[in-house]
Design a binder for this molecule. Structure first.
Ligand SMILES: Cc1cc2nc3c(=O)[nH]c(=O)nc-3n(C[C@H](O)[C@H](O)[C@H](O)COP(=O)(O)OP(=O)(O)OC[C@H]3O[C@@H](n4cnc5c(N)ncnc54)[C@H](O)[C@@H]3O)c2cc1C
Length: 384
């Protein structure tokens, strides 16, 4: 039997999160420090301090590090509430890529790596980057990984170029995927100030809610000690999957919150704005768009909860998370598109957050696996 029972304390916490985001975080959406390359470091620090004061920082952390140790289903409720403003997850330190990186590091770090990297991240003092995608190599197909790591004496030397690396600029902790010669794809963990990490440029992209934006990065004779290996050598693809299945879902949770916000703004406008003698919401064309949104939001929520329930039962949930990610990213994008339409010309402006949510949702259809790649994997499984 599928069980979506949310514990009372979690439901209450979600209410607290919703109130915090609405009252304290939404006003920052007009802050000029929310730039085309994401919130500035300064804005992020200020927001993180607000969440810390409310006891709402890094709620997803494991219990042993002061977090709630949520089930996936509980996390869905909390993250949806945080996503009501795109800055909510930034404030609460549960945004990508840190949230997924914290999850991965909490599973495979050594005690020394925990102390140096994981604890400061959980405490909101540092940020992180996950470097996998490459201009001419790993992308949809990670097997094309072209960045290499070579053993040189007792060190590893890494060379290669990555791009679209979220939060690279200013990240203190780096997780780097490289092909360790004679062993296979391996994850390495290091600090951002290690010589050999060169941020070539921050790319101009249509989204704007990730601190540090997305960068092109060169690893130029990046020399790391043996202790920099994260987990077991040669296991990078397995670890990437371990990180990605839940991380795909957490993206869905946060963006569900944002799309619901867009819908609330569109509904409000449709009630207030009149055209041809009545509020536009009373014209069937507009009413149907809002109804389609309501249906899509609830379908997305139930799909997310279903995949969470699967993971909470101890299953890997790879197939389920692929179905959810591809469906939810496509449907929430359509929700945001209809909200833009309902708002008329103002919909494409930054007068409301709807235009920004629309652009960010367009990007979501690509990262953590483009829709086609998930469908390719789903089809392969059902045909096998
Ligand atoms: C906002 C954003 C943030 C990102 N952050 C990070 C990050 O922090 N770290 C990181 O390493 N990467 C990051 N990425 C990169 C992301 O993981 C890649 O964009 C994604 O894996 C797709 O790879 P690609 O861009 O090289 O597209 P390509 O591999 O070039 O694919 C292009 C298109 O081909 C199609 N396609 C590919 N394979 C198939 C198939 N089997 N069947 C049908 N169609 C197919 C799809 O339509 C796909 O969109 C980010 C991307 C975005 C947009």
């Amino acid at each position: 039997m599928i069980d979506f029972e949310i514990p009372k304390e979690t439901a209450e916490l979600a209410e607290r999160v919703r109130a915090f985001v609405t009252e304290k975080i939404v006003p920052y959406e007009k802050d000029p420090r929310l730039t085309v390359h994401g919130p500035t470091e300064d804005l992020r620090d200020e927001l993180v301090e607000l969440a810390r004061k409310e006891g709402l920082l890094t709620p997803q952390a494991p219990v042993e590090y002061g977090g709630h140790g949520f089930t996936h289903l509980e996390q869905a409720v909390i993250f949806e509430a945080a996503g009501w403003s795109t800055l909510g997850p930034v404030a609460m330190n549960c945004n990508a890529p840190d949230e997924g990186n914290i999850f991965l590091l909490s599973k495979i770090c050594t005690p020394e790596q925990i102390e140096q990297h994981l604890v400061p991240m959980i405490e909101g003092h540092t940020r992180s980057a996950f470097a996998m995608s490459e201009p001419d190599g790993a992308g949809s197909d990670p097997a094309l990984l072209s960045t290499t790591a070579v053993l040189d004496g007792v060190d590893y030397v890494i060379n290669g170029r990555k791009w679209l690396i979220t939060g690279a600029e200013g990240a203190q902790t780096w997780i780097i995927m490289a092909d360790l010669v004679d062993v296979g794809p391996t994850l390495f963990l290091c600090t951002g100030d290690t010589p050999g990490i060169v941020i070539e440029r921050v790319m101009d992209t249509m989204d704007r809610n990730y601190v540090g934006g997305h960068s092109v990065v060169l690893f130029e004779d990046l020399r790391l000690p043996a202790s920099a290996v994260l987990g077991e050598p040669g296991q990078a693809m397995r670890y990437a999957q371990l990180r990605l299945a839940p991380a795909r879902l957490t993206h869905c949770m946060r963006w569900l919150g944002a799309a619901s916000r867009a819908q609330s703004i569109a509904v409000d406008y449709a009630k207030r704005r009149t055209a041809f003698g009545k509020p536009i919401g009373e014209h069937q064309g507009v009413g149907f768009m809002l109804a389609d949104n309501e249906i899509a939001l609830q379908q997305a929520r139930l799909m997310i909860w279903w995949a969470c329930w699967t993971l909470d039962r101890g299953e890997r949930g790879r197939h389920e998370s692929s179905m959810v990610k591809s469906s939810v990213s496509e449907e929430l994008y359509k929700v945001a598109d209809r909200c833009v339409q309902v708002l008329g010309g103002i919909g494409i402006s930054d007068e409301t957050p709807v235009g920004m949510i629309f652009r960010d949702l367009r990007a979501f259809r690509l990262y953590d696996g483009p829709t086609e790649v998930h469908k390719f994997a789903i089809a392969r499984r059902i045909l096998s």
